[in-house]
Design a protein around this ligand. Structure first.
Ligand code: FMN
Length: 253
């Protein structure tokens, strides 16, 4: 435990550091652009690894970490992946190609890990209870039996003015659940790269069946995006960044 953390009367406290440089944080966000052309400079292994570690710190639903990041470095696989990315320049010139995969096939395993690897000598009873229950919230069972059961049960319970959390009623809901969380890690990854002076392009312009084939993904593993990363070429950004009027997107209600 660091000096910023302590346990007191069985409670855990973690101080919120206040010495964060907002100007640099803003610079990272504002200078991140989708870069479509990279130089041939490699990303040092330790930098890439640190960026991937920072990606894994993204918030994620119930801490179930339903993701895998495939750093495709094998030359023949990489060549196939560029083809799967429709030959986009952002993929062709990237020093690294990372396939970000959301997965719904490890919910039980990750729930168990949340109990066995809880950062106290023993996971509190509440935590253990939570992780015994939570897989049922996101799984839908064989032939969607559990999903259909939840559909009916939730309808009944809602008539009693009881509030219920987001749950999965079908495999598409489970996929969406894993995808939401994986996309957050993707953002962490590209911002981390930017903080190190490197750049990226998120790509969903890829042939999904071919990506699945290259990585031998099962049908509960969903490629969310491919991230091309490297050093920005001088002419790597094609036009200035623009967004529409903020009033279109932000509503204070
Ligand atoms: C999920 C996702 C998929 C994207 N797919 C592609 C892609 O296949 N090819 C590409 O050149 N850019 C792709 N982009 C980049 C967007 O076009 C880009 O983020 C957007 O135009 C805004 O530009 P900026 O990122 O420079 O701010 C994608 C971005 C996201 C978030």
């Amino acid at each position: 435990m660091t000096d910023q953390t302590k346990t007191e009367k069985n409670r855990y406290y973690e101080a919120a550091p206040q010495d964060i440089d907002v100007a640099n944080f803003r610079k990272v966000i504002e200078s991140r652009r989708s870069v479509r052309k990279f130089t041939d400079k490699a990303i040092p292994t330790e930098i890439l690894d640190d960026c991937l570690d920072l990606a894994l710190l993204a918030p994620n639903s119930s801490n179930l970490q339903p993701w895998t990041f495939y750093v495709v470095q094998n030359p023949s696989k990489k060549k196939q992946l560029v083809k799967a990315c429709l030959g986009q320049l952002a993929a062709k010139t990237a020093a690294e190609l990372i396939v970000c995969v959301a997965r719904t096939d490890r919910i039980d395993e990750m729930a168990k890990r949340n109990i066995s690897e809880f950062p106290f000598p023993e996971a509190p009873a509440m935590v253990q209870k939570y992780y015994r229950f939570i897989p049922y919230n996101y799984k839908t069972g064989y032939f969607n039996a559990l999903g259909n059961f939840k559909k009916v049960a939730f309808k009944v319970v809602r008539t009693l003015d009881k509030q219920l959390p987001v749950t999965a009623f079908n495999p598409a809901d489970t996929q969406l659940w894993a995808t939401k969380t994986t996309a957050l890690a993707c953002e962490n990854l590209v911002l981390a790269l930017r903080a190190y002076g490197f750049d990226s392009c998120m790509m969903e312009g890829f042939d999904e069946p071919l990506v699945r084939k290259i990585l031998k993904l099962n049908d509960q593993q969903y490629p969310v995006m491919v991230i091309g990363a490297g050093e920005r070429a001088k002419d790597g950004v094609f036009f200035p960044q623009y967004r529409f009027d903020r009033n279109l997107f932000i509503q204070k209600v």
